[in-house]
Structure formats: structure tokens, C-alpha cells
Design a protein around this ligand. Structure first.
Ligand code: ADP
Length: 331
């Protein structure tokens, strides 16, 4: 990255000036009571986001972590202007989504989940076309810089259809950055990307963040959130059930985990949920607990009082996986 190519220097393109002229906001995003209800004709209405409140500080690398169907895409699509919210307020880079949707759009780069790139244009043409759509004047474009940064220089003039999946995804990242948005949103950035490419893509995202871009990503991979994000919001059933620095969420994982082997299968999930447990892959019950507040003995007692017959048990340190599972499955 060179200073003159920096993503944060002043663009002189139409409409985008506003985004940079004003004082830098403390929060890249401020969400108040954001609700989205999908009205389904026949079935019941579906509450995809339930009065969500969230602040995403400028410069952060923020992860929205949650299982499929949690409401992550809905959240992003509202910000991106692809879905209308039902109620609540969204302030992006100091602009109110209701009052100033154009400036909100200019403040955001959004990398969609599906890979779609026009197969007949080269990466270079694709980026110029996108820059044109945002009204970035040819002399102000940073197309070559983006191609270099995302390691697409060799393929600048190739047909896009000849790019590998990883390259296409990088092209999408470049495409979302042509108007130098201060905020970059990635929806499941590494879905379907193999491990090696995933590491590469993470490195690019980190680089953008180091140069001032606020990054928001959604993921259902714990290790992705753990590896990349400084702050994690855990989303489940349209609600934020925990939002804290990654370190703090990880320190939850320092808590202990007890696995109960039962003398028979219990089909009544409510008992298991009542004692804060989840069923693990071996069919045993796994419960994470804070050893400062409870002992394994307390948990065993609770299980027996709830009517479970415990044959055997073992205690281990909990993984983030367990913490996450117990947070999302008890709601
Ligand atoms: P995630 O991105 O976390 O997987 P989504 O935001 O896609 O979650 O979905 C949240 C909930 O809203 C899900 O129950 C999903 O089925 C529902 N949903 C999403 N889009 C629509 C839609 N266009 N119409 C009706 N329901 C939808």
C-alpha cells in the first residue's frame, strides 16, 4: 500500500465527497432498535431481526457470528439498501439510512455471498465499469492499485471466466472497493473457499483494515471470527446475544465443560436445555460452566434434580465451539 493509493485519501468523484468531508465518526455504524419482519402470506410473519442495537467502532474488524438463519444477511442487506427495514434506525458513517441513503451507499462496500462476475469482461474492465457506476472520474481511479493489492495483476486483462474461484472472490472484493468506501462488509467471505485461499483472503482483508477500512464480516465459522475479528457479536434468532471483544468471548472458553453420559437417551430436549446443556456429536450432554460460580458437583445435582440419570461424566476446559453452542442453542 502506498500513500497515494491509500483507500482513505480524498476521492474527488461526484457524490462521494460528503463521505470524507465531514469529521470522522467514532462509530462506523450505529444501529438502534432495528427490526425486520418478513410478512409471509400464508405462514406466520417471521421476525428476522428483533430490535437490534449495535455500535461498530470506526477502524474495527467486526464479526457477526451466528448459525444459518440467525439474521446476519438480513442485517447486511438492510445496510446495503437491498432489503427494507420494518422499523428502527441505522446510522452509517454518520448518515441516516432513511434521510441520506445515497451517502450511506457511498460509505459502504459490500462483497456479496454469491460469486457473480461478468464472464466477458476482464478484471480491469470490470473495475473500471464499477468505478464509472459510482461516478469516479478516470483520473481518480485506483484500479491498478486494487488489482495489485488483491494479487490480480497477472490476470488484469484475462477473461474473467478464466479466473479461479479464489481470484473471482478477490475481484469481488476489489469491485466493492473502487469507490474507496470507509466501510467494507463481507457476507460469509470464505464460504466455499478452500483453506489455503481462505488464509490469503484473510490476509487481504487484514491489510485493508490496517489501512483504515472498517471491516464487518458475517460468518458461521468460529475460527474465522476468532482469527480475524477484534470484536464479535453473536447473533441468534434475530437477536444479539453477546457482543464483546474477541478476547473476552474467548475467555468465556476458559470456563469448564462437563460431559454427561446418560443411562438412556432422553428425547425431551427441554430438560437438557433447562440445565444449560447441548447434545454433542456422541449423543452425550455437554454443559459449559464457570468454575468460579459453580462446581461440577452442582451441575450433576442439577441434572439429577431435572430427572436425568447420569452414568458417567468427564470435565474438560471448554472450547469456543461449546461456548457458542450453549449460547445459541438455549435460546
Ligand atoms: P443468516 O444470514 O444469518 O443465515 P438470514 O438473514 O438469511 O440469516 O435469515 C433470517 C431469517 O429470515 C431466516 O429465518 C430466513 O428464512 C428468513 N428470511 C430471509 N430472507 C427472507 C425473505 N426474503 N422472505 C422471507 N423470509 C426470509
Amino acid at each position: 500500500f502506498q500513500a497515494e493509493d491509500g483507500i482513505r485519501d480524498q476521492p474527488r468523484s461526484r457524490g462521494l465527497g460528503d463521505v470524507y468531508k465531514r469529521q470522522l465518526p467514532d462509530n462506523a455504524i450505529e444501529i438502534t432498535d432495528l427490526t425486520k419482519i418478513y410478512k409471509n402470506n400464508k405462514e406466520e410473519d417471521l421476525i428476522a431481526l428483533n430490535s437490534v442495537n449495535l455500535e461498530i467502532p470506526r477502524g474495527s474488524m467486526f464479526g457477526l457470528l451466528g448459525p444459518n438463519g440467525a439474521g446476519k444477511s438480513t442485517f447486511i442487506n438492510i445496510l446495503a439498501g437491498l432489503t427494507l427495514k420494518t422499523s428502527g434506525q441505522a446510522i452509517v458513517w454518520g448518515f441516516d439510512l432513511d434521510k441520506n441513503p445515497r451517502s450511506v451507499r457511498a460509505s459502504l462496500g459490500v462483497v456479496p455471498q454469491e460469486i457473480y462476475v461478468d464472464p466477458f469482461f476482464s478484471p480491469k474492465e470490470t473495475l473500471h465499469q464499477q468505478a464509472g457506476m459510482y461516478g469516479v472520474l478516470p483520473k481518480d481511479r485506483n484500479v491498478d492499485f486494487l488489482l495489485k493489492t488483491l494479487d490480480l495483476e497477472d490476470k488484469s486483462n484475462a477473461y474473467t471466466r478464466t479466473l479461479s474461484g479464489g481470484m473471482k472472490r478477490r475481484l469481488l472484493v476489489a469491485k466493492s472497493m473502487v469507490h474507496r468506501p470507509p466501510i467494507l462488509i463481507l457476507d460469509e467471505p470464505t464460504a466455499g473457499v478452500d483453506i489455503e485461499l481462505r488464509q490469503q483472503l484473510w490476509a487481504y482483508i487484514r491489510k485493508l483494515n490496517e489501512h483504515g477500512t472498517t471491516i464487518i464480516l458475517t460468518t458461521h465459522y468460529l475460527e474465522e471470527a476468532e482469527e480475524l475479528c477484534d470484536t464479535i457479536a453473536i447473533v441468534n434468532h434475530g437477536e444479539i446475544i453477546r457482543c464483546a471483544p474477541t478476547k473476552e468471548i474467548l475467555s468465556d472458553a476458559d470456563s469448564k465443560n462437563i460431559t454427561l453420559v446418560l443411562s438412556k437417551d432422553y428425547n425431551d430436549k427441554s430438560i437438557i436445555e433447562k440445565i444449560g446443556g447441548v447434545i454433542d456429536k456422541d449423543g452425550n450432554i455437554s454443559i459449559s460452566y464457570n468454575p468460579k460460580q459453580e462446581t461440577s458437583r452442582d451441575i450433576l445435582k442439577k441434572a439429577e434434580e431435572a430427572g436425568l440419570k447420569v452414568n458417567d461424566f468427564s470435565v474438560t476446559g471448554a472450547s469456543l465451539e461449546t461456548v457458542f453452542l450453549s449460547m445459541t442453542s438455549n435460546k
